[in-house]
Design a protein around this ligand. Structure first.
Ligand code: F0G
Length: 353
Protein backbone atom coordinates (compact mmCIF):
# COMPACT_ATOMS: atom_id res chain seq x y z
CA UNK A 1 0.00 0.00 0.00
CA UNK A 2 1.19 3.50 -0.78
CA UNK A 3 2.24 5.54 2.27
CA UNK A 4 -0.30 8.34 2.78
CA UNK A 5 0.82 9.80 6.09
CA UNK A 6 0.03 9.18 9.74
CA UNK A 7 -3.70 10.00 9.94
CA UNK A 8 -4.35 7.50 7.18
CA UNK A 9 -1.97 4.78 8.27
CA UNK A 10 -2.59 4.80 12.03
CA UNK A 11 -6.31 5.73 12.06
CA UNK A 12 -7.19 3.13 14.68
CA UNK A 13 -4.50 4.37 17.09
CA UNK A 14 -5.24 8.09 16.63
CA UNK A 15 -8.19 10.32 17.59
CA UNK A 16 -9.40 10.38 13.98
CA UNK A 17 -13.17 10.75 13.36
CA UNK A 18 -15.27 11.09 10.20
CA UNK A 19 -14.97 14.85 10.69
CA UNK A 20 -11.15 14.93 10.89
CA UNK A 21 -9.73 16.45 7.68
CA UNK A 22 -7.33 14.20 5.75
CA UNK A 23 -4.39 16.52 6.34
CA UNK A 24 -0.94 15.24 5.41
CA UNK A 25 2.49 16.16 4.07
CA UNK A 26 3.25 12.41 3.93
CA UNK A 27 4.96 12.53 7.31
CA UNK A 28 6.16 9.44 9.15
CA UNK A 29 7.49 6.13 7.80
CA UNK A 30 11.03 7.40 8.43
CA UNK A 31 14.10 5.15 8.06
CA UNK A 32 15.49 3.14 10.95
CA UNK A 33 19.12 2.89 9.93
CA UNK A 34 21.60 0.37 11.31
CA UNK A 35 24.93 1.92 12.30
CA UNK A 36 27.59 -0.78 11.71
CA UNK A 37 30.63 1.38 12.45
CA UNK A 38 29.40 2.87 15.72
CA UNK A 39 27.95 -0.53 16.72
CA UNK A 40 31.37 -2.10 16.31
CA UNK A 41 33.16 0.67 18.20
CA UNK A 42 30.66 0.57 21.08
CA UNK A 43 30.04 -3.19 21.20
CA UNK A 44 26.28 -2.79 20.89
CA UNK A 45 23.65 -3.08 18.14
CA UNK A 46 22.87 0.56 17.36
CA UNK A 47 20.16 1.98 15.10
CA UNK A 48 19.12 5.57 14.39
CA UNK A 49 15.51 6.60 13.85
CA UNK A 50 16.07 9.30 11.24
CA UNK A 51 13.32 11.79 11.98
CA UNK A 52 15.09 14.42 9.91
CA UNK A 53 13.58 12.59 6.93
CA UNK A 54 10.14 14.00 7.78
CA UNK A 55 8.76 16.68 5.42
CA UNK A 56 9.85 19.68 7.52
CA UNK A 57 12.99 17.89 8.71
CA UNK A 58 12.02 16.93 12.26
CA UNK A 59 9.81 14.63 14.36
CA UNK A 60 7.47 17.54 15.04
CA UNK A 61 5.54 16.72 11.85
CA UNK A 62 4.12 13.61 13.51
CA UNK A 63 2.48 15.59 16.28
CA UNK A 64 1.63 18.62 14.21
CA UNK A 65 -0.41 16.79 11.58
CA UNK A 66 -2.73 15.55 14.32
CA UNK A 67 -2.83 18.83 16.26
CA UNK A 68 -3.58 20.95 13.18
CA UNK A 69 -6.14 18.49 11.78
CA UNK A 70 -7.99 18.48 15.12
CA UNK A 71 -7.78 22.29 15.32
CA UNK A 72 -9.49 22.51 11.94
CA UNK A 73 -12.06 19.91 12.96
CA UNK A 74 -12.86 22.15 15.95
CA UNK A 75 -13.28 25.17 13.65
CA UNK A 76 -10.05 26.96 14.55
CA UNK A 77 -8.61 29.50 12.08
CA UNK A 78 -5.27 30.11 13.83
CA UNK A 79 -2.65 28.02 15.60
CA UNK A 80 0.01 29.37 17.94
CA UNK A 81 3.16 27.96 19.52
CA UNK A 82 6.32 28.88 21.35
CA UNK A 83 9.34 27.23 19.80
CA UNK A 84 13.07 26.71 19.69
CA UNK A 85 12.53 26.35 15.93
CA UNK A 86 11.30 22.95 14.84
CA UNK A 87 7.81 23.13 16.30
CA UNK A 88 7.33 26.48 14.62
CA UNK A 89 8.53 25.15 11.26
CA UNK A 90 6.10 22.23 11.45
CA UNK A 91 3.19 24.38 12.68
CA UNK A 92 3.79 26.85 9.85
CA UNK A 93 3.95 24.11 7.20
CA UNK A 94 0.78 22.29 8.26
CA UNK A 95 -1.10 25.57 8.74
CA UNK A 96 -0.04 26.58 5.22
CA UNK A 97 -1.29 23.29 3.80
CA UNK A 98 -4.56 23.61 5.70
CA UNK A 99 -5.03 27.27 4.75
CA UNK A 100 -5.06 28.65 8.30
CA UNK A 101 -2.82 31.12 10.16
CA UNK A 102 0.26 30.12 12.17
CA UNK A 103 1.60 32.48 14.82
CA UNK A 104 4.98 31.58 16.31
CA UNK A 105 6.80 33.06 19.29
CA UNK A 106 10.53 32.37 19.37
CA UNK A 107 13.58 33.35 21.43
CA UNK A 108 15.48 36.04 19.54
CA UNK A 109 18.90 34.96 18.25
CA UNK A 110 18.52 31.37 19.50
CA UNK A 111 16.76 29.70 16.58
CA UNK A 112 18.91 27.90 14.01
CA UNK A 113 19.06 29.44 10.54
CA UNK A 114 17.27 26.70 8.60
CA UNK A 115 14.33 26.68 11.00
CA UNK A 116 13.87 30.43 10.73
CA UNK A 117 14.03 30.20 6.93
CA UNK A 118 11.30 27.58 7.02
CA UNK A 119 8.96 29.69 9.16
CA UNK A 120 9.47 32.61 6.79
CA UNK A 121 8.88 30.56 3.64
CA UNK A 122 5.80 28.76 5.01
CA UNK A 123 4.36 32.19 5.74
CA UNK A 124 4.05 32.20 9.54
CA UNK A 125 3.49 35.33 11.61
CA UNK A 126 6.80 35.48 13.47
CA UNK A 127 7.23 37.14 16.86
CA UNK A 128 10.70 37.24 18.44
CA UNK A 129 11.07 37.94 22.15
CA UNK A 130 14.05 38.94 24.26
CA UNK A 131 13.45 35.88 26.37
CA UNK A 132 13.87 32.14 26.21
CA UNK A 133 11.57 29.28 25.18
CA UNK A 134 10.13 28.90 28.68
CA UNK A 135 9.10 32.57 28.75
CA UNK A 136 7.50 32.23 25.32
CA UNK A 137 5.61 29.08 26.30
CA UNK A 138 4.23 30.69 29.46
CA UNK A 139 2.91 33.59 27.38
CA UNK A 140 1.27 31.55 24.62
CA UNK A 141 -0.31 29.11 27.09
CA UNK A 142 -1.95 31.98 28.92
CA UNK A 143 -2.97 33.81 25.78
CA UNK A 144 -4.56 30.73 24.19
CA UNK A 145 -6.98 30.47 27.13
CA UNK A 146 -8.54 33.84 26.32
CA UNK A 147 -8.01 34.22 22.56
CA UNK A 148 -9.42 32.23 19.61
CA UNK A 149 -6.12 30.53 18.73
CA UNK A 150 -5.28 26.84 19.18
CA UNK A 151 -2.12 26.11 21.13
CA UNK A 152 -0.06 23.46 19.29
CA UNK A 153 2.85 23.03 21.70
CA UNK A 154 3.20 19.52 23.11
CA UNK A 155 0.93 20.43 26.05
CA UNK A 156 -1.76 19.92 23.39
CA UNK A 157 -2.46 16.18 23.87
CA UNK A 158 -2.93 15.60 20.13
CA UNK A 159 0.77 16.32 19.67
CA UNK A 160 1.82 13.33 21.78
CA UNK A 161 -0.77 11.16 20.02
CA UNK A 162 0.91 11.82 16.69
CA UNK A 163 4.46 11.51 18.02
CA UNK A 164 3.81 8.10 19.60
CA UNK A 165 3.61 6.60 16.09
CA UNK A 166 7.41 6.59 15.80
CA UNK A 167 7.48 3.88 18.48
CA UNK A 168 5.08 1.78 16.36
CA UNK A 169 7.38 2.08 13.36
CA UNK A 170 10.42 1.02 15.39
CA UNK A 171 8.62 -2.11 16.66
CA UNK A 172 7.36 -2.96 13.17
CA UNK A 173 10.86 -2.64 11.74
CA UNK A 174 12.69 -4.62 14.43
CA UNK A 175 9.83 -7.05 15.07
CA UNK A 176 9.91 -6.03 18.75
CA UNK A 177 10.88 -3.09 20.95
CA UNK A 178 14.64 -2.50 21.37
CA UNK A 179 16.34 -3.00 24.75
CA UNK A 180 16.95 0.73 25.05
CA UNK A 181 15.42 3.81 23.43
CA UNK A 182 17.77 6.79 23.67
CA UNK A 183 16.19 10.17 23.06
CA UNK A 184 17.01 13.89 23.49
CA UNK A 185 14.90 15.69 26.10
CA UNK A 186 13.92 19.34 25.84
CA UNK A 187 10.32 20.12 26.74
CA UNK A 188 9.99 16.37 27.45
CA UNK A 189 7.02 15.75 25.16
CA UNK A 190 8.71 13.31 22.81
CA UNK A 191 10.03 10.89 25.44
CA UNK A 192 6.50 10.83 26.91
CA UNK A 193 4.98 10.21 23.47
CA UNK A 194 7.35 7.33 22.66
CA UNK A 195 6.64 5.65 25.98
CA UNK A 196 2.89 5.92 25.34
CA UNK A 197 3.44 4.45 21.88
CA UNK A 198 5.53 1.52 23.11
CA UNK A 199 2.96 0.69 25.78
CA UNK A 200 -0.01 0.83 23.38
CA UNK A 201 1.74 -1.29 20.77
CA UNK A 202 2.75 -3.80 23.40
CA UNK A 203 -0.90 -4.11 24.47
CA UNK A 204 -2.02 -4.70 20.90
CA UNK A 205 0.89 -6.70 19.51
CA UNK A 206 3.02 -7.89 22.44
CA UNK A 207 6.09 -6.11 21.09
CA UNK A 208 7.70 -5.70 24.52
CA UNK A 209 8.95 -2.53 26.19
CA UNK A 210 12.31 -0.75 26.03
CA UNK A 211 14.10 1.05 28.83
CA UNK A 212 13.70 4.78 28.16
CA UNK A 213 17.00 6.72 28.31
CA UNK A 214 16.42 10.49 28.01
CA UNK A 215 19.25 12.99 27.64
CA UNK A 216 19.13 16.69 28.42
CA UNK A 217 21.89 19.17 27.60
CA UNK A 218 23.91 19.83 30.74
CA UNK A 219 23.25 23.59 30.78
CA UNK A 220 19.51 22.94 30.49
CA UNK A 221 19.22 19.77 32.54
CA UNK A 222 16.28 20.65 34.77
CA UNK A 223 14.92 17.11 35.19
CA UNK A 224 18.38 15.66 35.82
CA UNK A 225 19.09 18.29 38.47
CA UNK A 226 15.59 18.17 39.92
CA UNK A 227 14.77 21.86 39.58
CA UNK A 228 13.90 24.36 36.84
CA UNK A 229 16.78 26.33 35.33
CA UNK A 230 16.12 30.06 34.96
CA UNK A 231 18.70 30.69 32.25
CA UNK A 232 19.23 27.49 30.28
CA UNK A 233 22.21 27.43 27.92
CA UNK A 234 23.51 24.94 25.37
CA UNK A 235 24.89 24.89 21.86
CA UNK A 236 21.98 22.56 21.05
CA UNK A 237 19.39 25.36 20.80
CA UNK A 238 16.57 22.89 20.03
CA UNK A 239 16.69 21.63 23.62
CA UNK A 240 17.61 24.90 25.34
CA UNK A 241 14.70 24.59 27.79
CA UNK A 242 14.81 25.16 31.56
CA UNK A 243 11.35 24.12 32.71
CA UNK A 244 10.00 21.21 30.64
CA UNK A 245 6.21 21.16 30.33
CA UNK A 246 5.96 17.34 30.32
CA UNK A 247 8.38 16.91 33.23
CA UNK A 248 6.14 14.49 35.16
CA UNK A 249 5.26 12.36 32.14
CA UNK A 250 8.97 12.05 31.34
CA UNK A 251 9.83 10.97 34.87
CA UNK A 252 6.99 8.42 34.69
CA UNK A 253 8.41 7.05 31.43
CA UNK A 254 11.82 6.71 33.04
CA UNK A 255 10.51 5.06 36.19
CA UNK A 256 7.95 2.73 34.59
CA UNK A 257 10.51 1.52 32.05
CA UNK A 258 13.44 1.21 34.45
CA UNK A 259 15.38 3.74 32.39
CA UNK A 260 17.10 6.99 33.24
CA UNK A 261 17.20 10.69 32.48
CA UNK A 262 20.67 12.20 32.47
CA UNK A 263 22.63 14.96 30.82
CA UNK A 264 25.36 15.34 28.23
CA UNK A 265 27.78 18.26 27.94
CA UNK A 266 28.04 20.48 24.89
CA UNK A 267 31.41 18.85 24.16
CA UNK A 268 29.80 15.41 24.17
CA UNK A 269 27.02 16.70 21.90
CA UNK A 270 29.51 18.22 19.45
CA UNK A 271 31.58 15.05 19.44
CA UNK A 272 28.47 13.00 18.49
CA UNK A 273 27.39 15.70 16.01
CA UNK A 274 30.69 15.20 14.14
CA UNK A 275 30.97 11.45 14.61
CA UNK A 276 27.57 10.49 13.17
CA UNK A 277 27.90 12.02 9.69
CA UNK A 278 31.57 11.03 9.32
CA UNK A 279 31.09 7.41 10.47
CA UNK A 280 27.55 6.65 9.33
CA UNK A 281 26.59 9.19 6.68
CA UNK A 282 23.70 10.63 8.70
CA UNK A 283 23.70 14.36 9.43
CA UNK A 284 21.52 15.24 12.40
CA UNK A 285 21.22 18.59 14.16
CA UNK A 286 23.08 19.16 17.47
CA UNK A 287 20.02 18.68 19.72
CA UNK A 288 19.34 15.32 18.07
CA UNK A 289 22.85 14.17 18.81
CA UNK A 290 22.22 14.29 22.55
CA UNK A 291 20.84 10.77 22.06
CA UNK A 292 24.04 9.46 20.46
CA UNK A 293 26.19 11.36 22.98
CA UNK A 294 24.16 9.78 25.77
CA UNK A 295 24.59 6.28 24.36
CA UNK A 296 28.36 6.75 24.12
CA UNK A 297 28.46 8.02 27.71
CA UNK A 298 26.31 5.21 29.09
CA UNK A 299 28.28 2.51 27.27
CA UNK A 300 31.50 3.99 28.66
CA UNK A 301 30.20 3.93 32.24
CA UNK A 302 28.86 0.40 31.84
CA UNK A 303 25.15 1.20 32.26
CA UNK A 304 24.41 0.12 28.69
CA UNK A 305 25.65 -3.45 28.50
CA UNK A 306 27.61 -4.83 25.55
CA UNK A 307 25.37 -6.49 22.99
CA UNK A 308 22.32 -4.35 23.84
CA UNK A 309 19.96 -3.44 21.04
CA UNK A 310 19.72 0.35 21.15
CA UNK A 311 17.67 2.78 19.05
CA UNK A 312 18.77 6.43 19.19
CA UNK A 313 16.19 8.93 18.04
CA UNK A 314 17.71 11.49 15.67
CA UNK A 315 15.05 14.13 16.04
CA UNK A 316 16.06 16.71 13.42
CA UNK A 317 17.98 17.12 10.17
CA UNK A 318 21.54 18.46 10.24
CA UNK A 319 20.68 20.99 7.52
CA UNK A 320 18.51 22.82 10.05
CA UNK A 321 21.61 24.28 11.68
CA UNK A 322 24.36 24.77 9.07
CA UNK A 323 26.04 27.48 11.15
CA UNK A 324 26.87 25.20 14.07
CA UNK A 325 28.29 22.68 11.59
CA UNK A 326 30.49 25.27 9.89
CA UNK A 327 31.67 26.60 13.24
CA UNK A 328 33.00 23.17 14.24
CA UNK A 329 35.19 22.49 11.30
CA UNK A 330 37.80 24.62 9.63
CA UNK A 331 36.78 24.45 6.00
CA UNK A 332 39.91 24.67 3.93
CA UNK A 333 39.18 23.73 0.34
CA UNK A 334 42.26 23.32 -1.83
CA UNK A 335 42.48 26.09 -4.40
CA UNK A 336 43.88 25.04 -7.78
CA UNK A 337 44.12 26.83 -11.13
CA UNK A 338 41.41 26.13 -13.71
CA UNK A 339 43.74 23.65 -15.37
CA UNK A 340 42.92 20.03 -16.18
CA UNK A 341 46.48 18.78 -15.74
CA UNK A 342 46.92 20.35 -12.31
CA UNK A 343 43.56 19.06 -11.05
CA UNK A 344 44.07 15.57 -12.50
CA UNK A 345 47.50 15.34 -10.92
CA UNK A 346 46.20 16.46 -7.53
CA UNK A 347 43.29 13.99 -7.51
CA UNK A 348 45.42 11.11 -8.78
CA UNK A 349 47.75 11.71 -5.86
CA UNK A 350 44.78 11.69 -3.45
CA UNK A 351 43.37 8.34 -4.57
CA UNK A 352 46.84 6.71 -4.54
CA UNK A 353 47.11 7.13 -0.77
N1 F0G B 1 15.28 17.43 19.26
C1 F0G B 1 14.92 18.45 18.48
C2 F0G B 1 15.59 18.58 17.17
C3 F0G B 1 13.93 19.36 18.91
O1 F0G B 1 13.59 20.36 18.13
C4 F0G B 1 13.35 19.18 20.18
C5 F0G B 1 12.35 20.11 20.69
C6 F0G B 1 13.76 18.09 20.95
C7 F0G B 1 14.73 17.23 20.47
C8 F0G B 1 13.21 17.80 22.30
O2 F0G B 1 11.91 17.29 22.22
O3 F0G B 1 10.78 18.99 23.59
O4 F0G B 1 9.69 16.83 23.07
O5 F0G B 1 11.61 16.91 24.64
N2 F0G B 1 12.02 21.19 20.10
C9 F0G B 1 10.91 22.05 20.50
C10 F0G B 1 10.69 23.12 19.44
C11 F0G B 1 10.99 22.56 21.87
O6 F0G B 1 10.18 24.20 19.76
O7 F0G B 1 10.99 22.88 18.28
P1 F0G B 1 10.93 17.51 23.45
Amino acid sequence: MKWQGLLNNYKEYLPVTDETPALTLNEGNTPLVYFPNLSKDLGIELYGKVEGANPTGSFKDRGMVVAVAKAIEDGSKSVICASTGNTSAAAAAYAAKAGIRAIIVIPKGKVALGKLAQAVMYGAEIIEIDGNFDDALTMVRKLSETTPVTLVNSVNPYRLEGQKTAAFEICDFLGEAPDILAIPVGNAGNISAYWKGFKEYNEHKQTGLPKMFGFEAEGSAAITQGEPIANPETIATAIRIGNPASWELAVNAKEESGGRIGSVTDDEIINAFKLLPSKEGIFAEPGSCASIAGVIQQVANGTIKKGSKVVAVLTGNGLKDPQTAMDQIKVEPVTLPNDEVAITEYIQNLVKQ
